[in-house]
Design a protein around this ligand. Sequence first.
Ligand code: DGT
Ligand code: CA
Ligand code: CA
Length: 585
Amino acid sequence: MAVNNAYISKLLSDYADMLEIDGANRYKIRAYRNASYSLASLPRSIHEMVEQEEDLTQLPGIGKELSQKLAEIVDTGKLHQFEEIKEKFPEGLLEILKLRGIGFVKVRELYEKLGIKNLSELEEAAREGRVSQIRGFDVKTERMIIEEIEAMGLKKDAKPRIKLSTAEVIVMPLIDHLKKSKGVKSVEIAGSFRRGKETVGDIDILVVHDGVSDVMERFTGYEDVEQVLEKGDTLSSAVLRLGLQVDVRAIPQISAGAALHHFTGSKEHNVAMRQLAIKKGLKISEYGIFRGNDRVGGEKEEEVFSLLELQFIPPELRENMGEIEAAQKGKLPKLISLEDIRGDLHMHSKASDGRATIEEMALAARERGYEYIAITDHSRRLRIARGLTQKRLEEQIEQIDSLNESLKGIRVLKSIEVDILEDGTLDLPDSVLSRLDMVVCAVHHKFNLSKAEQTDRIIRAIDNPYFTILAHPTGRLIDHRAPYELDMERLMKAARDLGCVMELNLQPDRLDLNEMHCKMAKELGVMLAVSTDAHGTGELNLMRLGIKQGRRGWLEATDVINTKSFDDLMKIIKAKREKNKFNLM
Ligand code: DGT
Ligand code: CA
Ligand code: CA
């Protein structure tokens, strides 16, 4: 069976977790993580590249050693080092890692001291009070473990949810495959995928064909299908890699628009739309729009909205979160789109943990039509990422100054992703921060402070006049790490009052802020920056899919600073510095 990119990416990231439990060399761990990240968003199939004996080392984050490992995975479906390490540490430890507050060290302690190999053994030990007996664990942690496992148990029967970007990598080749079926007129993805939700439960595909087609055979016979759940002329279901379920429905042309609307959902949106239809003497369903027994529409999706006297509601807003009311009044937001973006304000270069030089990043950004970028390497505290010391940052400042003299058509802003220390000060002195065009600030440690402490810490940092953007404000990693405790409303009000910008970070694992927080920021009048946090030129492309998260948060171009011209952007940054100037030592 073909091994796809998502599978390889997951395997590498699981292996990196295992290495981390084993306390392996941190650079080695990072190499696997980077490779895992870059494969997750790679447009080409690794499987195909290996089969065609292409040079994998040209891919971002893939060196010679890793390219051999990738070939092994493609050939055997496995990585022998991963198999070996599983003899030392059971695979069940990986599920324990998903618990909040349980990191690699603790997982190892639990295994070594109590022999705990998986979640259910951990639950048993916690209930028996054995966990709090070992050093580094207390009764509070023990109780938290039980609560979390209980919460997971409630979700256990649900299908696994898969990240939007991973689902895209799995599903787009299938769409191409289905489009080649006989008699097919259109193939579209509906459901949560079309709404751009950060994770999807399953994929809903709608096919219109002209009566006779082999589309269902092509679907169930597709190389990535692991299990066929159902096969029929109008509906087939199958499970693909990583447990991603796909439903394919054949739809008659005459109801294509109504079906697209219905299966795009959300369910809550559909229910509200149906109620509104009834008030207007209409009935809408996946089959069409009817007045009594008369069909009045259904071939085009726009008809669903126009017949209900609504503005067209973009799929990202269809959550029954006020979009129908807004559409009735003609007051839907004009959602931000990729074309609005004029620059990217968070990215790394080779100076810290990026894979490209500053010039390569700048040229790739210019290629995308951007007017500016900010180079935001890590600061010194983050040693694992080769964080910049004051001296190295000063060298980079000069390097960027001279680069800007020779570069045409793009501006490189001097910046840094500086750590917010535990006491709310920043990891580099004001004397050097003041020489930068802007400063991105982030929490990378001390995640476990109380809500009040964490909020105070960040607000204290924002008070620094040079603080421009708060990066990935909640610190969550989808599937991996819960957000740290934070009073978001208090933080956002402070950010607004102090002129601080909040980031929507588009790394597929982060998508931080989430959609609710984006909406909240907009409502409170906080400015946002939508940034890829790219670690290589290819990742600048995360903007394409990631922008949907902003759209789901009702963001318009006017809410987002990297839609502004260079001059207007600089005004916003300077205004923040002026506003907080009295705080200068
Ligand atoms: P997911 O797959 O969990 O990420 O979320 P969705 O939104 O893709 O949900 P899914 O796949 O169960 O169903 C696709 C769409 O079909 C859903 O968004 C709306 C529609 N739908 C499903 N069940 C119902 C229902 O009971 N009532 C109504 N009105 N619509 C439904
Ligand atoms: Ca779905
Ligand atoms: Ca479905």
